[in-house]
Design a protein. Structure first.
Lengths: 226, 356
């Protein structure tokens, strides 16, 4: 078994520390982006829901502006987004290369997608429940926290797990601009240097990360649905 | 308790202007169970929503407990809403909260301690008969149970008023009557003023003391239940009453069965309506004894409305014409209304053709 592995995964075995480091980089990018996009996406998703026509804080102008921005940003292919916002990245983190620098485009790429997902998740909350809360004298903020977020939690978790899986895909692409991580490993080593075994290891590592986030997501959805 | 004055609600739907409520004025006294009936689209749900300002009237004023609600700033309005309970057709319970959690929802910031809130929940669940379901989630409850939880939740802040928007429309007849029983009990026990929106006259008949009939945004007729039931003025009111007394269906049935309706020249089909005391006098017997007119009862229905019996009979009166007319006059003099029904299906009132 060990021999077989040594024969076919020669390169991968040799660069074990580098693989571990790449996994760590991927997790770091995914984790940080998830937290930042999570906060921003939920806020924007909520604003989209409450400002739409018949919403609890109906505001056509805010809604239209956000709606269009989200659509516009979602339409830009991520690989182009990376290049497009490089100047902004440099402004924010001082460099446009590296793991931390990748977080800026990752957030910009994830927030529109996620806020749309959150919006849809919150729209699943029965309008009648919102109306009942209004009838009971709840303020808009109370309705957002105690009704929308509380009732929409299982859906929010579901879309978050979808978004995280999506995000893992984006981090691999960010590898193209020297962001590091498993994507970079698979391309820079596996592909460019014909070390296919490294590509396979990187793929398996990504698959495992995806599966773990899916399992956690499903578990939390089940736990919060009644 | 509740006063709606010249309430108008207009929706702007693109270029179309929809007048959902037109110039409605209604006064609900403390302790009333006020029914508002109408077909779907009549504007009843919109009207009831103006009472707690979920729907702001385009014009007119809404006064609840001497407070002009439309003049209140948002915060004061929210405080006022806590004293107006509301229940809905689809219950609108929060799925992510247990029964106790739902009932506790409106009690946040009510100044009660955790212990007091808990005691309040127990008291309310006891009141609606669901003490054993405290830690259950709504998804595990039946429709009737969900509505009971909704009622408990609506009563959490000890409101003076309870608004019911088609609260029994999604329930089966048996559950409907148990919910109506509960509402009736709450009305007595807590001297709760209740406004009920429904399309079922049955519901109104069962518990309301006052009724308003709505059509196309307007209140076409209103008054206390018994007088509306016994002397409806509008065709629509008639229609709704028919649905509750089944007189209409009975007539159809009789017409379709020629054997039931084998009328000779001396026979006449009539609908007899009586209210209250006249119920206890043996009128039918006296028709034969005094006028020699026999009465064949084809269909009978007695309602008890607010402790007043209201009877409806479909009969065939047989006898010589003059005798028959005398008999009818006798009935009318005893406060019994008689409508003869022609075989060509039109109902002719002979009230004005009194024979001396």
């Amino acid at each position: 078994m060990i021999n077989w592995f040594e024969t076919y995964f020669e390169n991968a075995l040799r660069i074990q520390p580098e693989i571990l480091n790449s996994i760590w980089e991927t997790l770091y990018m995914v984790g940080t982006t998830a937290i930042l996009s999570g906060v921003l996406g939920i806020i924007l998703g909520i604003i989209l829901v409450v400002t739409e026509t018949q919403g609890i804080l109906e505001n056509r102008r805010v809604y239209d502006f956000l709606e269009r921005s989200v659509n516009a940003f979602r339409s830009v292919p991520f690989i182009i987004m990376l290049a497009l916002i490089a100047p902004i990245t440099r402004l924010l983190v001082g460099t446009s290369i590296g793991t931390t620098a990748a977080i800026v485009p990752l957030v910009v790429g994830t927030v529109p997608f996620y806020s749309r997902q959150v919006q849809n998740a919150l729209l699943e909350v029965d309008k009648g429940i919102v109306e009942a809360a209004e009838a009971m004298g709840s303020s808009p903020l109370e309705i957002i926290i105690r009704v929308y977020l509380k009732e929409g939690l299982p859906s929010i978790i579901r879309v978050s797990s979808v978004t995280i899986i999506n995000l893992i895909g984006l981090t691999a692409m960010a590898g193209a601009i020297g962001a590091g991580g498993l994507g970079n490993l698979a391309i820079a080593r596996g592909y460019n240097r014909f070390q296919t075994d490294v590509t396979i290891v990187a793929t398996v590592a990504i698959l495992i990360i995806v599966m773990i986030s899916q399992v956690i997501g499903n578990y939390l959805v089940r736990k919060t649905s009644h | 308790m509740i006063e709606l004055k010249n309430v108008d609600v207009t929706f702007q739907d693109g270029k179309k202007t929809v007048k959902a409520v037109r110039d409605v004025s209604i006064t609900v006294e403390k302790g009333d169970i006020y029914g508002i009936v109408g077909y779907s689209g009549a504007g009843k749900s919109t009207l009831v929503r103006t009472i707690n300002l979920l729907q702001r009237p385009t014009s007119g004023s809404v006064i609840v407990d001497k407070q002009e609600l439309s003049a209140l700033p948002p915060k004061a309005l929210r405080t006022a809403r806590k004293k107006i309970g509301m229940i809905f057709q689809h219950f609108n319970l929060m799925r992510a909260r247990t029964v106790a959690g739902n009932v506790a929802y409106p009690l946040r910031k009510s100044g009660l301690s955790k212990k007091e809130v808990n005691a309040k929940i127990d008291e309310l669940l006891e009141l609606v008969g669901l003490a054993d379901k405290k830690h259950t989630y709504p998804s595990q409850l039946s429709g009737g149970q969900k509505q009971r939880v909704a009622i408990a939740r609506a009563l959490a802040n000890d409101p003076e008023v309870l608004l019911c928007d088609e609260a029994t429309s999604a329930l089966d007849p048996k559950t409907t009557s148990s919910i109506l029983e509960l509402l009736k009990r709450l009305n007595k026990q807590l001297s709760l003023t209740i406004v009920i929106i429904t399309h079922e006259m049955q519901v109104v008949k069962e518990i309301c003391n006052k009724v308003a009939v709505m059509d196309d945004g307007k209140v076409v007729e209103k008054g206390d239940l018994v007088s509306l039931f016994t002397a409806p003025k509008e065709a629509l009111t008639h229609e709704f009453i028919d649905t509750a007394t089944h007189i209409h269906q009975a007539l159809e049935k009789i017409r379709k069965h020629p054997t039931l309706l084998d009328l000779s020249a001396d026979d006449v089909l009539a609908n007899i309506t009586y209210v209250g005391e006249s119920t206890s006098t043996p009128l039918i017997a006296s028709l034969y004894a005094q006028f020699g007119v026999t009465t064949n009862i084809l269909y009978g229905n007695v309602e008890i409305l607010q402790q007043t019996p209201v009877g409806n009979l479909i009969v065939v009166l047989s006898g010589e014409r003059r005798q028959r007319e005398k008999a009818v006059a006798y009935l009318e003099s005893n406060n019994v209304k008689v409508n003869t029904i022609d075989s060509d299906q039109t109902v002719v009132s002979i009230k004005n053709r009194k024979v001396s």
